[in-house]
Design a protein around this ligand. Structure first.
Ligand code: 5AD
Ligand code: SF4
Length: 441
């Protein structure tokens, strides 16, 4: 096609944004755009942004500044900002960076093609509405192109929890669950296109309460059991969850549902009850530890992942020690940790900050402990048999790289496996960030 235009999308932040970027690329495919990996070739550049911490939001403006020269050379180039910074700052983005043509919030992506047309007519386009219609229905992929073997599928968006530090309830809005029927048909479509592992996404995915197939409301466990029936789909994961929504049926599914992988990301944020209360988390350190015990009783080999914030307003050394104690008790195979970052408009934004150097020093100590635990749990995989889904070729000849059931990266040489194959692998070595194994079946 002579007039195919090129779209470059840069994605920041969470997996939900990765999924949204794919959907935006498909929507723009219908408007005559194909994606490119290089911004220099692009007729349109879209930054799909993250607002979760200050640094993430500031990155957007420095990136936009870098496009100035490109726009001077190519006046027809359109520049758009999508995602949570778009939702949170709206028109302010165009005021601060006038080269921006388009600002689109996460709930309005299906309107992108019309917005792009508007920019071609020389106007600016802004849409940060929370419309009633299901954007994913409107964004339905036209393409039947083959997909990589592991895919994301958004089933729930938004959050009603209002943790005192978090912008998500404001940028992504209230909790909304997609009807099960739509999720299932999208999953079937992905499987037909070569997908063997699906990660169900939601800001608070275990609070899923979508319309079921039988007129009742379905829980996340109900949805997982239905997806378990899809032939060709071999692995199911979900992220990210809140401890208070970990219902009995979901815990049981971890023990009973063969395709549900033994990995759970269950953020606790802090181990101090005082801080948890101030964070508005509505659970205690003790209730979290008891919950983990119940989940591990259902699935003893489960690998646990978490999120932690250090230096939350008024966190003392004693509070921080309580977080270290919780980590020592729980033992995490994977973790993400952050220094508290003030987010305008959130309840915690008005509170007195912990000294920055102190917070940085705590983060270092926390990360040292988490790294040590991760390494120990990774090393403990040596000698064990895991299943590996191969996702790409390795750097060496006949070497393939995939993910184990526990989400460890595993390198396997000489297996003859293809991308998309699942093999039994015996782990023989533990490296810095990945395992080495040999195929045994
Ligand atoms: N400061 C630091 N970390 C934050 N997170 C969310 N908001 C903030 C903030 N204001 C972290 C939490 C959450 C993860 C996605 O990001 O740990 O679980
Ligand atoms: Fe943010 Fe997660 Fe808390 Fe919701 S549950 S407010 S997304 S940290």
């Amino acid at each position: 096609m002579a007039d195919t235009k090129k779209l470059f999308i840069k994605t920041y932040g969470c997996q939900m944004n990765v999924y949204d970027s794919e959907r935006m690329a498909e929507a723009m495919g219908g408007a005559g755009y194909e994606t490119t990996e290089t911004p220099e070739d692009a007729d349109m550049i879209l930054l799909n942004t993250c607002h979760i911490r200050e640094k993430a939001a500031e990155k957007v403006y420095s990136e936009l500044g870098r496009f100035k020269g490109m726009k001077a050379d190519k006046p027809d180039l359109k520049i758009g900002v999508a995602g949570c910074v778009a939702q949170a700052e709206g028109e302010e983005i165009m005021r601060r960076q006038p080269l921006v043509d388009l600002v689109v919030g996460p709930q309005a992506y299906h309107r992108l093609p019309e917005m792009e047309e508007k920019t071609r007519a020389g106007e600016k386009a802004l849409d940060t509405d929370f419309p009633e219609e299901d954007k994913f229905e409107k964004l339905k992929g036209r393409s039947k192109a083959k997909r990589a073997p592991a895919a994301f599928l958004t089933v729930q968006e938004g959050c009603d929890k209002f943790c005192a530090f978090c912008v998500v309830p404001y940028t992504r809005g209230a909790e909304v669950s997609r009807p099960a029927e739509r999720v299932i048909s999208e999953a079937q479509d992905l499987v037909e296109r070569g997908v063997r592992e699906i990660t169900l996404l939601g800001q608070n995915v275990n609070a899923y309460h979508g319309a079921g197939l039988n007129g009742s409301t379905w829980s996340l466990a109900d949805l997982i059991w239905k997806l378990n029936e899809i032939d060709g789909l071999e692995r199911i994961r979900f992220t990210t969850s809140h401890p208070n929504d970990m219902q009995d049926d979901l815990i049981a599914a971890h023990g009973e549902c063969a395709k549900l992988m033994p990995y759970l990301h269950l953020p606790v944020q802090s181990g101090s009850d005082k801080i948890l209360k101030r964070m508005n988390r509505s659970h205690t350190a003790e209730s979290y530890i008891r919950l983990i015990e119940r989940i591990r009783a259902a699935r003893p080999d489960l690998l646990l992942s978490g999120d932690f914030i250090v230096g939350f307003p008024e966190e003392t050394e004693e509070d921080f020690q309580a977080t270290l104690d919780l980590i020592k008790e729980v033992k995490y195979g994977q973790a993400y940790s952050f220094k508290y970052s003030t987010r305008p408009g959130t309840p915690a934004a008005e509170r007195p900050l912990v000294d920055d150097a102190e917070a940085s020093e705590r983060l270092q100590r926390l990360q040292a402990l988490l790294s040590q635990q991760q390494k120990e749990l990774q090393d403990a995989m040596v000698g064990r048999e895991v299943s590996v889904l191969f996702e790409k070729e390795g750097r060496f000849e006949d070497q393939m790289v995939g993910k184990s059931d526990y989400l460890h990266a595993v390198h396997v040489a000489g297996s003859g496996a293809q991308i998309g194959d699942i093999r039994k692998v015996k782990i023989v070595e533990s490296g810095t960030n990945s395992l080495k194994g040999v195929a045994i079946a």
